[in-house]
Design a protein around this ligand. Sequence first.
Ligand SMILES: Cc1ncc(C[n+]2csc(CCOP(=O)(O)OP(=O)(O)O)c2C)c(N)n1
Length: 362
Amino acid sequence: MRLEDYNPLDNIQYSVLDLNGNVLKEEDIPDFTDEELFYLYKTMLYTRIIDDKALSYQRQGRMLTYTPNTGQEAAQIGSSYALEKGDFLVPAFRELGAWLIKGVPLKNIYLYWYGNEWGSHIDDVKILPISVPIASQMQHAVGIGMANNIKGEKDVVLAFVGDGGTSEGDFHEALNFAAVFKTPVVFLIQNNQYAISTRREIQTMSKNLAQKAIAYEIPGILVDGNDIFAMYNATKAAVNRARNGQGPALIEAYTYRLGAHTTSDDPSKYRAKEEVEEWKKKDPLLRFRLYLQQKGLLTDELEERTKKDLEEEVMATFESIENKSDTEIEDIFKYHYATMPPQLEEQLNEYKAFWEGGKDYD
Ligand SMILES: Cc1ncc(C[n+]2csc(CCOP(=O)(O)OP(=O)(O)O)c2C)c(N)n1
């Protein structure tokens, strides 16, 4: 497919499968082996189980704040599967499926959400750490793209942002510079319909978010974000053109956050149960499962067995990090400056004294 053939102003989502897993566009089915298809589904299941377990650990008081991904698996997994090993993934904070596809070990992910920044220390994977300041990662993505151009490297950057992030200045600055410098960056908006409690419709007057590409003279495409094949194809097309020196593109993955914004949020305060029920019918796992079942690649028995194995793996991984931090107190203070300034040193000493328990201080 060519991104240039799609006009976001048409406001039509690009899809390959319908809600029942039937093929809408036979010619757009990616050329995956059976093993690849199963691997993609298994990663979707893995993502869902990791989410469910993290929520239950948090409710048991065993995990800190966590950002659920349920409902957004196809947007994350389909897109990141289009990357090569040398390509960079630049996440926001809700991209669990993409981290897994890129090769981030679950241990790191759980460590991070457990409150240990060492989780962000990931060897041999081209990925930036989680970025909580909304849309700030967009600038970093463009910087990496510019560096790739200067070095003459052909690697591409896939940068994620939420629908809320598109209202930040960083988003627009990044798109502008990416277009001006023709950087190999694919911008992917996970439009899960909400920025915490602010629904997309009241956040911007644009009909869709893909059309924001037009102002920057780059291709923009609106994609059914719950369709793993559509997400893969659109991202692959954007990645290919970026690698060929044709510059950036913008993809809007139209999806839905089925769970809460974080474990501190109660979505029933700002959205109707009926709305969530409607989106449950569009669950990306359901659609892909139906497709695989029709192809004879998935049975209930295989699904149950796979789930059980994954659950055991997820629980064992969490237990391997729980209450086992070997982080030094100094780590919190050490990495901000090459040489620690006196104020920070004073704070470190106070903090150490506090933990040693021997000394009162104001
Ligand atoms: C610069 C900045 N402003 C505000 C916040 C508080 N905040 C955290 S998440 C969030 C909403 C983000 O919405 P969106 O970009 O749609 O991503 P989503 O959470 O839906 O994945 C906000 C406002 C922040 N982290 N950073």
